[in-house]
Design a protein around this ligand. Sequence first.
Ligand SMILES: [Zn+2]
Length: 447
Amino acid sequence: MSDYADQTTLKQDEETRRRFLDALRKSQWLSKPDMDAYQRRLLERVVRHAHAETDYYRQALSVLFTDHGSIDWRRWQDVPVLNRETVQAKSERLFARSVPQPVGQPTEIRTSGSTGRPIRILWDRLAAMACHMLDARFYDWHGIETGRSLAIVKSFPKGAHAFPKGSRSSGWHASSREAAVFQLNTLTATVEQQIEWLDDCRPDYLTSYPSNLLEIARTIGSRQGRALGLKACFSFGETVSDDMRSIVENVLGAPLLDRYGSTEVGQISAQCHASSRHHVSMENVYLEILDEDGRSAQPGEPGRVVVTGFYQYSMPFIRYDVGDYAILSAQQCSCGRNLDQIERIVGRARSLFRFNDGSSKFPFIKLREILEVLPHRQLQIAQTDLDRVEVRYVPETPDQLVDEAALTRLLRQNLHPSLTAVPIACEAIDRSASGKFFDYLCELDQP
Ligand SMILES: [Zn+2]
């Protein structure tokens, strides 16, 4: 789960933006068959382009094309899924020799991703515009006023926006260039320092990783939390659990609004105002949730997130495995929109625990239950062997005693009966190279 906030500075043509947003405001109400037809048109355009203009897709998409050059969509699931390793190893083979005129010159970005290994990506202006306008629609849904101030607290490369000052500039969204934006690098500031900085700049809105918002909420206490005067928190980049949401919302007195996307294709889904579920950004991506056999997973079942971006022409991403697992919902949303819904983003592939009986599971334990057994300021549960889990924690108080048996019992009840818990007190728990935090991490060799 990556963010694409760094592209917000790209300048866009006002008139085109307005028309794009108008179109999104209409398309969100399309019936299911009309949305399918809409997506099919966008999909065909990018598929034909990628097949004609790139070396990789010339081969990968050949199964779709008949002798007469028409597309046989029944073969879609025979198109190989593209994974991150292939992109890393062969990114040039995904670059298009030429692009249709309105796409314009791409920007090259390099991302470390969650694994820390860099990847080269070409981002088209058109794709950036699609994401900005989807953001604008998301702000519409939640009554967010883009003329107000925003603080962005996340990791930035090369020590940018360092504590104690961070930085102040203007224009956090294409629609309002004057609004103040404050930025602070989490790699340079402890949670206490972040709170001090927030208290100083008093933003209306706050963007950060869910785990960081949780740490802020757990450190600040409700009185001071509400005194910050936040109107909403925007989260991205990690899984949001129900108990995390309720702690953040109660302490900070502001709703937690989540978006999900990737650096490769931009926005994939965004939380609805009528529930905590996400609506798929169906105008930007064709989303598939696939089971272990590569077939469409049923609603309610976790599966791999595989996306095709509609607006990436310089470097198309077709059937790209983002590296996350999510669950689709079959329910109709009470907001009345027919956009598909994601029930839950369950986590990164590397969060999936595997056990000695061959089973596997996305681990989850309620925060309240863990706190009863192990009071902590920070926690990471890492599987280091099929039957062994390290519980790394930053103690709440010095000389804190740990009931290892109770901890093992908790893990056995919630995760798997074969597990033994090994508590390890730490001074701090490092975030990944991308700045994100994994509360559950499988450190076994990947199968
Ligand atoms: Zn809805």
